[in-house]
Design a binder for this molecule. Structure first.
Ligand code: G4P
Length: 528
């Protein structure tokens, strides 16, 4: 592929994920985006709950029962001149570690905020993760068809709680029963809300000029108040600055109703204009440019048994440079091995398709037969290791015990693979033969028990264990480290990747140890 063609293709890519608190409308807005991307003909057909296209795997019968989405897939669609890659994230907070890692694979994010609730707890957490890489953020304030809080107050809250400047691009014309549409502060255009068009691409009804007769007719007695409000908003809010947005300091704000499919198109139009194309990525060795001719990619997620007809695992890779073509030979950098990839897949609205061609910014899936781990890098020959794909310290711990002690080997194998996939983390204490599993959410334990039984034929039970958290430990001074290891022996363990971890029984114990051993680094995340 020629350099200029590659550059052109890469420039068209918009790879992003949606961050929000549960119920803010992520699933609904995803569906409308797929509608505009012509991946579906009619909304209502890919609902994440109930009638469920996500629940294609049988171990996920569990998710269906619970009405949560455990899966995380990738949807690619063309919109205007762009090719949009939307990476879905698990809705349930128990799988937030997966969400964090999906955020390492995107170039930007869309934050959805419920207009009646404002900034909620999970959004705050996810924004913190975005901030690690200064990810540019679009904001969509949703559910304007309901009674909302004062939009000025909402923007104030976003600015103070999330520490990001807000630049409203549109402003809502009323809310709830009186919701009339949105007004573009830059083009002086009113976009008129039409009810009952939620399931299709709505008509695009516009009025030019806030002071026009048509606008007056639409707004009625409210017209003067609205004009005053706009004056106020213009004076008091930040003007949109593309560089500040790209640096993650400012977010353009849009308003609408995902359910009513209104305001989403307006947001998407500006999204494909402003959101960044793939950007350079850091490796341990050097910065990799997306338009470099040689292929490179890293694994950010491994998913098992998405489709009961293919009982296998898929490793999701984010391409960081070059292009993929069928049958190409790649180097698996961690193993230093060459592999020929003839059957990579892409995910068009959840359907598997053979990937024939993909470029920087795109996501492809490799079949994984147990040799691929999260964080692995694949290249066309150069030995590289992408950075910034962390494991996060688990917050919950259990001792795992076999019902049949003869199956220790299977259990170890199962746990090893599940931890490499990032489904759970495993710790082996130094002082005994226990196996400790660590998770961010309780449901992860259930999924792991289910999969151990289903895939590895081992029945196990969990027991409570007195561990508060996990910290990966290291020290530049080998002598001090040896001393520390002796003293901390009781609470030290090796994790699934062979890294030394300190498992403090209490928060107080952790603070004391950090104080006593200032030369030892206690890290809450670890990289590959
Ligand atoms: P999530 O993925 O972020 O968890 O949210 P989801 O889209 O599932 O939306 C949560 C609920 O909010 C759904 O209602 C959905 O219909 C509703 N919703 C989403 N956008 C809007 C909007 O713009 N206006 C209004 N009024 N409601 C909206 P539900 O009753 O929980 O589910 P369902 O029975 O409608 O499927």
């Amino acid at each position: 592929m020629s350099n200029s063609l590659l550059a052109q293709e890469v420039a068209s890519r918009r790879t992003f994920a949606i961050i929000s608190h549960p119920d803010a409308g992520k699933t609904t807005i995803t569906e409308k985006l797929l509608l505009f991307g012509r991946l579906i003909q009619k909304a209502g057909s890919v609902k994440g709950k109930g009638n469920d296209k996500h629940a294609t795997s049988d171990w996920m019968a569990m998710e269906q029962q619970r009405g949560i989405s455990v899966t995380s897939s990738v949807m690619q669609f063309p919109y205007r001149d762009a090719i949009v890659n939307l990476l879905d994230t698990p809705g349930h907070e128990d799988f937030s570690e997966d969400t964090y890692r999906v955020l390492t694979a995107v170039d930007s994010a869309l934050m959805v905020v419920d207009a009646a609730k404002g900034v909620e707890e999970r959004t705050i957490k996810l924004m913190d993760v975005c901030r690690l890489r200064d990810t540019p953020i679009f904001t969509f304030v949703n559910k304007l068809d309901r009674d909302t809080r004062d939009p000025i107050e909402l923007l104030d809250e976003i600015e103070t709680v999330l520490n990001i400047e807000c630049a409203p691009v549109y402003w809502p014309l009323g809310n709830g029963k009186g919701f009339k549409g949105v007004y573009n502060l830059y083009t002086d255009t009113l976009h008129v809300y039409q009810q009952g068009q939620g399931n299709r691409i709505p008509d695009d009804v516009k009025i030019q000029g806030l002071r026009s007769d048509e606008a007056r007719a639409l707004l009625g007695a409210y017209a003067d108040d609205f004009a005053d409000e706009i004056e106020l908003v213009r004076g008091a809010s930040h003007e949109f600055d593309l560089d500040a947005y790209l640096a993650g300091r400012m977010t353009p704000v849009f308003f609408g109703t995902a359910l009513g499919n209104f305001g989403v198109r307006e947001m998407l139009d500006d999204f494909v204009r402003w959101a960044p194309a793939p950007r350079p990525r850091a490796t341990e060795n050097r910065l990799v440019e997306p338009v470099e001719a040689q292929f490179s990619a890293f694994v950010f997620k491994i998913q098992a048994n998405m489709d009961p007809n293919h009982r296998d695992r898929i490793a999701f890779l984010r391409i960081c440079s070059g292009s993929y073509s069928k049958g190409m030979k790649l180097q698996h950098c961690r193993l230093g091995k060459d592999v020929r990839i003839s059957d990579a897949v892409t995910f068009m609205a959840g359907e598997r398709e053979q990937a024939l061609h993909a470029v920087s910014g795109d996501i492809i899936g490799f079949h994984n037969h147990g040799t691929i781990q999260i964080g692995d890098t694949f290249t066309e020959g150069e030995t590289l290791q992408f950075t910034g794909i962390p494991h996060f310290a688990p917050e919950l711990f259990r001792r795992i015990r076999l019902k049949d002690p003869l199956k220790t080997k299977q259990l170890q194998k199962g746990l090893k693979q599940l931890s490499e996939e990032g489904s759970v983390q495993v710790f082996m204490p130094q002082r005994n033969n226990d196996l400790i599993v660590g998770a961010v959410g309780v449901l992860q334990f259930e999924v792991v028990a289910y999969r151990l039984k289903d895939e590895y034929k081992v029945d196990c039970i969990y027991e409570p264990v007195n561990i508060y958290s996990a910290r990966w430990v290291s020290c530049d001074d080998p002598k001090k480290f040896e001393e520390f290891k002796k003293k901390a022996y009781e609470n030290l363990a090796e994790d699934g990747g062979g890294y030394l971890t300190y498992l403090p029984p209490t928060r107080v114990n952790l603070s004391l140890m950090e104080e006593r051993w200032p030369d030892v680094k206690f890290r809450a995340t670890r990289e590959h």
